[in-house]
Ligand binder design. Structure first.
Ligand code: SF4
Length: 337
């Protein structure tokens, strides 16, 4: 179900990514993981990033958090958060934002949880920016565990991560990420490891807490149903590039880019006929090594024409908020067609 309370009011972006290029140095050459990516996350809104594996969506999330491996190299662009460029910030200042103004939920909860420390100690530690007593911090932690649905939180707070199921661990991670009341929460495929029932519960939980806290969320997912349920806006990425963006209703009901249309056609949640084989997008995501001329999707696009392999498409506006990078949207071509 698509959220019907889309806020179209224009607010200044909390996060503004401009012209971001990121490479990884590898023995086989430079891997261009992100190319000229620009997007905004307005205050109080949920922005989804969707795309297949290798689209760069998780790399983008980790770049904002500053959690990249040593071989990563940002070659161009800015990441403005609350008006300050994270890429130009001293390392110490940037680190101090993590777990305070910026928080993250990972795909695997064990990435975020320390297996040899109790949930209590970890939830108290995460509040190190707060000037409160330990008992106050403990009470806040118990309250948050209760709100994310951990039964008997008074007792269970003393347990270790391995005492909880995968779904419960992800709830604990959400509790920890939101306990600090961040301005921006980045969630990287937070429901991928969970079954469908748990996924629905976690999405509803995230939605309720986001509304209550009023934070912005950058929600990375390959699950279009979850994005439709949770997000206000969607950015579609392919092979390290942003190919389309818009309000969730426009992207799901009026996709303009052939790749977005193909993604939607392959979504199991939208298939109406009984079938034994799920549709897929034929072909493969192109290698991120080297420079590509023309449209990044041209090798797989059923509507590709001569210009697509010669010229990189610019971003064309469609209506007020939607844009897509596809030559089919060039007005001159539309007029002469
Ligand atoms: Fe397809 Fe051409 Fe549009 Fe690229 S520019 S998506 S190849 S029609």
């Amino acid at each position: 179900m698509i959220r019907d309370d889309q806020s179209s009011h224009s607010t200044s972006p909390l996060l503004e990514i401009r012209g971001l290029n990121l490479d990884f140095g590898t023995p086989g050459g430079r891997v261009h993981a992100l190319r000229n990516v620009s997007l905004n996350v307005p205050a109080g809104q949920v922005v989804g990033i969707v795309g297949e594996s290798g689209s760069g969506k998780s790399t983008l999330a980790y770049t904002v958090m500053g959690l990249l491996p040593e071989n990563a190299d940002v070659t161009a662009g800015n990441i403005l958060f609350e008006g300050r460029d994270l890429l130009k910030m001293p390392a110490q200042s940037r680190r101090s934002l993590l777990g305070d103004r910026l928080s993250m939920i990972f795909q695997d909860p064990m990435t975020a949880l320390n297996p040899v420390r109790t949930i209590e100690n970890q939830m108290i530690d995460i509040q190190h920016h707060e000037r409160r007593s330990r008992s106050e911090k403990r009470a806040r932690a118990i309250d948050m565990l209760h709100r994310v649905g951990i039964p008997d939180p008074q007792t269970r707070i003393g347990a270790y991560p391995h005492h909880f199921s995968g779904g419960m661990r992800q709830r604990i991670c959400i509790a920890m990420a939101l306990l600090v009341r961040p301005a921006l929460l980045i969630a990287d495929e937070p429901t991928t490891a969970l079954d469908a029932t748990l996924e629905v519960q976690i999405i509803h939980l995230l939605k309720d807490l986001q509304r209550e806290i009023g934070c912005s969320v950058l929600f990375v997912s390959h699950h279009l149903g979850a994005v439709a349920e949770l997000c206000d806006r969607v950015v579609v990425m392919y092979a390290g590039e942003k190919v389309e963006q818009g309000a969730v209703r426009d992207i799901f009901h009026n996709p303009a880019h052939p790749y977005t249309r193909a993604l939607l056609e392959c979504d199991p949640g939208r298939i109406r006929k009984t079938t034994r084989t799920l549709p897929t997008i034929s072909g493969e995501v192109p290698s991120p090594l080297g420079f590509k001329k023309g449209c990044i999707f041209s090798e797989r696009c059923p509507q590709a024409f001569d210009r697509c392999v010669q010229e990189t498409p610019i971003e064309y506006p469609i209506g007020l908020e939607q844009t897509a990078r596809c030559h089919l949207l060039d007005e001159e071509r539309l007029v002469s067609a």
